[in-house]
Each structure stands twice: as C-alpha cells, then as structure tokens.
Design a protein around this ligand. Structure first.
Ligand SMILES: Cc1ncc(COP(=O)(O)O)c(C=O)c1O
Length: 462
C-alpha cells in the first residue's frame, strides 16, 4: 500500500478528530459567517506527484479554499430556494458516506429497504397514497427529467411505439408540453430527452399572477384534437411562489387525454402545514410529482424525489440489463428505475431527519419560514423604497426598487451592494418583464432576528 495511504488508514482516529474540530468550528460560526463571498482568482493546483496524506490536504484546503466557502447553509441565505442541513440530515449524510452503500445492489444490504421505508415516510408527509411509488434523484431537475421521460414512454404507447426500444422517430406526432410558468429545468429535461425545448406550449397566466389560466389551458387541450399531451402544473413558481390550481387541472383529465406532472420542488412542502396545504390540493391526482429534499427538507445536496403512478413505464425507460448485474427486474430494484446505475444511499440523510424531527418538526420549519416571509414582505410593503410585486403565498417574496425606469443593471448593482457586505444573500429575477429581487426563506435556522438583519441590509444598500 502507498505510504501516505497506509499512514492515513492507521491514523484514522486522529484524522477524524481533525475533521471533527473543523466541523464544530464551522457549525458554530455558520450563522455569522459571510453569506456570499466574492471569489478570488485561484492559482492553478497541479496534481502532486507524491501525495502528502489527509492532514496536509486539509491544511491546503483550509488555506486555499475554506475562507471562500459561503455560508449558504446558514440562516441568512435567501438566494434561489436554498435549504440548509438539519443536524440529523448532516450527520446522516456523513453516515451515508461512512457505509458507502450502493442502492443499486439489491440483496447485499438493507440499503433498498432504507430507501423504501424513507419513501413511504415521505409519502405520508406529502399525503400521497399507495398508488404512488418513489425514487430518489440528485435534484428536482433530474426528477423532472425522470417524469418527462416516463410521460414520453406513455405518449409513444398511444401510437403503439415503445420509445425505450424504438426511439422517437417513428412517432407521427410531436409531444406538446403545456405549462404557464415552467421552471427552466423543464426545458433542460426536454432538451435531454430529444423532445426539444420547443415542445413547450406556454399557456397564459391568470391576470397579475404566474398561475395558469384554466380557460386558456382548456383551449390548448382542445387544440390537441385528441392527441395526448403533457401538462406541467407548477406548485411554487420561483419568482412569486404561485400555484396552479391542481384540483381544477386534474378535473380536465375527465375530458382530455393528458399526463399531469406537478413540479412541486419546494411548494410540495405546503402539505406539511394545515394552514398552507390548500395550495397543493389535488396533488394526489397527478401522474408524476417532483419534490426536492435539498430545498425545504433541509438535507445536504444532492437529493430529490420523483413520485409516479406509472412505475412500470418508468421501469421500461430505465431498465438496465447486463450479464454481470443482477437480473432481478422487480420494481424495487432501483437500478431499473433511475437514470443512474450505481447510486449513493440518498435516502439515509432524509431518513435521519424525518425520524429525528417527524411531521411536527417539519410543520414548524415550514410555518416559521412562511411567517418570516410575511414579516419581511410587510416591511417591504410599508416602505417607500420598495415595491412588493406579488402577495406572499408561502415562503418567497418578490419585490423591486420603487424607482422610475428601474432596469436590470440597476437591480444587479443593488444586489451586488447587498450581497458584498456578506450579511445576507439574495438573487435577482424578472417578473412579467419587471426587473426584480427575490427572497426565499427555506432554511431551518432562520428566525425573526435574521429578518431584522435582512431588512437592515436591504435598506443599507439603497
Ligand atoms: C420549481 C422548481 N423546479 C425545479 C428546480 C430545479 O431544482 P434543482 O436545482 O434541485 O435541480 C427548482 C429549483 O429551484 C425549482 O424551484
């Protein structure tokens, strides 16, 4: 064995102690660390000929990169829809690496059982019945990809074609994907699937909203003339956190032939609260659902779920056979249900967090985050310097600067001023052609005092 490798193996306890010191220091300081950090130009790091062992690599990391790691998992990071990591999910993630199980290998460990148990617990959390089966993916983008790949298989079947075997070229019609405010990952997925980004048919929204207009959706469904299509309903748009009326969309299924996919990447967590679950009423009527775990479940990247009512079609798409692999083609052999073959035991950090905090823990996080979103939106609404662009429905606030002719350049330079102080981190957007700002409150640690600091930072950068 190579010297330093042998040395690391023999001194593993000491290495873990050093890692422990780093971890505790980070966790204690996380909420006061700079949230967004401008990156310097790093010198190129060449591959060392002689490795010097973990401790030397750790020293190098601490010197070169550690000061520039942002506090993105902390209480004052409001960019994108970024969650943090609960203590149980973080430790569960380390335990995942410790055991390093491959979920693809059924029969050699309990990793598939853990995955199934966790997915069942998640189905309870999101009130999905046993008609749904789930898998873990690396993120909502991949969950959308899996759902659309399965919908593509369903579409092919209508024409008597098995797309997984025969490809798309024999299908006489184009698959239309109807949606009002799809997340960019829907386009990316369609590109990866050979369906093309142009297959999205954008439907009008309701007035002053991002939610779909049901009458326009129905007209578009009529125009399909009986050809099956996909409807992507959005449960939590990234700009204003708006929700399509899933219940009403699902009713259209009685008259039109479409696959209903719900992108509930973060909006699905409305189910955790009796106060907000009306926003996702009808979720169980979907054919497939995307929900992210690395957003509001507050588990480390990368983790999301894809739920489907059509596991056998999903199985046809992702089935993978090779003589050296198990020929167990059962529905719980994840190698045949997911884009990856070998795969990390992504369920375990989720399992730890669900079992550590339960329904009540998640309800509290969701309700606290939403109350804080209301709190900061009130401050924004009452200020002459800002303009709230949409009422707050859940955990996101969309607003802009209350100035004449505000353009993207002005927004970007304002955001730069806010973010470079490192107190909070926010991101820009465009809402109905208006350059805008957004705050997403998704972190389990965020409290009222963080909102005070956030508002001060917004005012301070005017
Ligand atoms: C509604 C929605 N769908 C999909 C995604 C993509 O998620 P991921 O970055 O986990 O792939 C996001 C991310 O913000 C989202 O908000």
């Amino acid at each position: 064995m190579y010297d330093t490798l042998k040395n690391d193996k023999e001194n593993v306890e000491h290495l873990i102690r050093e890692f422990y010191t780093l971890s505790v220091k980070y966790l204690k300081e996380a909420n006061s660390r700079k949230v967004g950090i401008l990156q310097p130009k790093f010198e190129k790091g060449f591959l060392p000929h002689d490795g010097k062992g973990f401790l030397k690599a750790l020293e190098l990391f601490k010197q070169k990169f550690e000061p520039y790691m942002s506090g993105s998992s902390s209480s004052k990071y409001f960019g994108f829809v970024t969650g943090g990591t609960t203590p149980a999910s973080l430790l569960g993630d380390w335990i995942t690496s410790l055991y390093d199980q491959n979920v693809a290998n059924l029969g050699e460990s309990c990793s598939a059982d853990i995955t199934i148990e966790t997915l069942n617990q998640l189905k309870e959390l999101f009130e999905l019945d046993d008609n749904f089966e789930g898998i873990f993916t690396s993120g909502a983008t991949m969950s959308n990809f899996v759902a659309l790949a399965t919908a593509r298989q369903w579409f092919g079947k209508y024409f008597g074609i098995n797309v997984a075997i025969e490809g798309l070229c024999k299908i006489p019609k184009k698959l239309s994907v109807l949606s009002a405010t799809p997340h960019s990952s829907i386009y990316k997925s369609l590109s990866m699937l050979g369906l093309g980004k142009d297959s999205v048919e954008l439907i009008e929204t309701k007035k002053d909203a991002e939610a779909i207009s049901l009458s326009d959706l129905e007209s578009a469904l009529k125009r399909q003339n009986g050809t099956p299509c996909v409807v992507v309903a959005n449960a939590g748009t990234v700009n204003t956190v708006d929700f399509d009326d899933i219940q009403e969309i699902a009713k259209l299924k009685e008259r039109y032939n479409f696959w209903l996919h719900v992108d509930a990447a973060f909006g699905g967590f409305a189910k955790c609260s009796p106060k907000y679950k009306y926003l996702v009423e009808g979720l169980e009527k979907a054919d497939s659902i995307t929900i992210d775990a690395h957003k509001w479940l507050n588990v480390p990247y990368d983790s999301a779920m894809s739920f489907t009512k059509h596991l056998s079609l999903q199985f046809e798409v992702f089935q993978n056979s090779a003589a050296y692999l198990q020929q167990n083609f059962s529905n719980d052999n994840f190698v045949h249900l997911t884009p990856e073959n070998s795969q990390r035991l992504r369920a375990l950090p989720v399992w730890f967090s669900l079992n550590a905090y339960g329904y009540k823990g998640y309800r509290e996080i969701v309700e606290r985050n939403c109350a804080l979103a209301q709190e900061i939106s009130l401050k924004i609404q009452n200020s002459e310097d800002f303009l709230l662009l949409s009422p707050v429905k859940l955990n996101g606030v969309c607003f802009t600067l209350n100035k004449k002719d505000i353009d993207m350049q002005a927004i970007n330079s304002y955001i730069k001023r806010v973010n470079e102080k490192g107190k909070i981190f926010i991101t820009p957007t465009v809402y109905k052609t208006k350059p805008a700002l957004r705050i997403s409150i998704t972190n389990w640690q965020t409290q009222g005092e963080d909102i005070e600091i956030a508002y001060e930072a917004l005012v301070g950068a005017l």
